[in-house]
Design a protein around this ligand. Structure first.
Ligand code: CUA
Length: 332
């Protein structure tokens, strides 16, 4: 009976205890101040109540000491929220370099997964316990949100960009996966499971999968198929930028700005090549919007990543593509 009415989700990821500790701290501070304020209201209401019809209150003098105290103390308390929250935020947004790669595509109304080795799954994701897993997530249609309560992780998956998320599961088991963004009539049915397995069982599961090719080599194949290699080449005949060593590094654009070549930038450069034209190149590249599926785009991105030794830039923070303007740099 106890199991059928859980008050709090299980903690099953390395980040879950950190998120919960911060959450309980916020609750403790809120409860403390609610009681303090409610108690003070009651106490003062009784102590300073009007005792007769003719009673007139005294004037009240200000107190500088008191005013400084009730400004500075709450400021210090709120700053603990900020610094603690920021440290958890950075932990959530900095995937370790040795993370396993999984690509995720959300669509009405299912989650599609593809492992780095090529195995595909729908509404179910198998991962090993005790290993960091990094998700590159895209949407085929509308905004979805990837939510695993037991991992204390939720991230919106927006059409037109690639969101990243990482976790390390700490307990084998089966955990709910939800879509946490209303995405149409069957939003409530867009659910699934995260199956956390012992490493050996996971290896056996991987080996038992269909022997499809890895994400990066599927991407390499698409790269050939669409003849990308006729322009993106290292020699002097190149009409497009060389993609080797591109991922994770800054790129100078024709408009004088600079961007970091993250996953969303690479994806955008395929579907809208002229949105961020690289300095020194002509706007010759056609758009591949609609010609390559969202899964294909993730494979191409995995391929371009594989051409670069650089690991995910500090963060994979789901920020919009980081831009800096030349004026700003001149000032710095
Ligand atoms: Cu997808 Cu709600």
């Amino acid at each position: 009976m106890k199991q059928t009415f859980p008050l709090f989700p299980e903690q099953a990821s390395s980040i879950a205890p950190q998120v919960d500790a911060l959450y309980f701290y916020l609750i403790a501070v809120s409860v403390f101040f609610s009681l303090l304020i409610a108690g003070a209201i009651l106490y003062f209401a009784i102590k300073y109540r009007r005792r007769s019809e003719s009673e007139l209150p005294h004037g009240v003098e200000g107190s500088l000491k008191l005013e400084i105290a009730w400004s500075v103390i709450p400021l210090l308390i709120s700053l603990t929220f900020f610094f603690w929250g920021a440290s958890v935020f950075f932990a959530i947004n900095r995937p370790p370099n040795d993370a396993i790669e999984v690509s995720v595509v959300g669509k009405q109304w299912m989650w599609k997964f593809q492992h780095a080795d090529g195995q595909r799954e729908i509404n179910e994701l198998h991962v090993p316990v005790g290993r960091a897993v990094r998700l590159s997530m895209a949407s085929e249609d509308v905004i979805h949100s990837f939510y695993v309560p037991a991992f204390r992780l939720k991230r919106d998956v927006l059409p037109g960009r690639i969101a990243t998320l990482w976790f390390e599961a700490t307990k084998p088991g089966r955990y709910h996966l939800f879509c946490a963004e209303y995405c149409g009539t069957k939003h409530s049915g867009m659910i699934g499971w995260l199956e956390v397995m012992e490493p050996t069982a996971f290896q056996a599961w991987l080996a038992g999968g269909s022997g499809s090719e890895s994400l990066a080599s599927a991407g390499a194949k698409l790269f050939q198929q669409h003849a990308c290699n006729t322009c993106h080449r290292p020699d002097s005949l190149a009409r497009g930028p060389n993609l080797e060593g591109l991922y994770g590094n800054p790129v100078s654009l024709a408009n004088g700005r600079k961007v970091v070549a993250d996953e969303s930038y690479i994806r955008e450069s395929i579907v809208a090549p002229n949105a961020k034209l690289v300095a020194g190149f002509q706007p010759l590249m056609p758009t591949f919007q609609g010609l390559i599926s969202e899964e294909g785009l993730l494979q191409l991105v995995a391929y371009v990543r594989s051409l670069s030794k650089v690991q995910p830039p500090a963060g994979g923070v789901p920020a919009p593509v980081r831009e800096s303007s030349p004026e700003k740099e001149a000032r710095e």
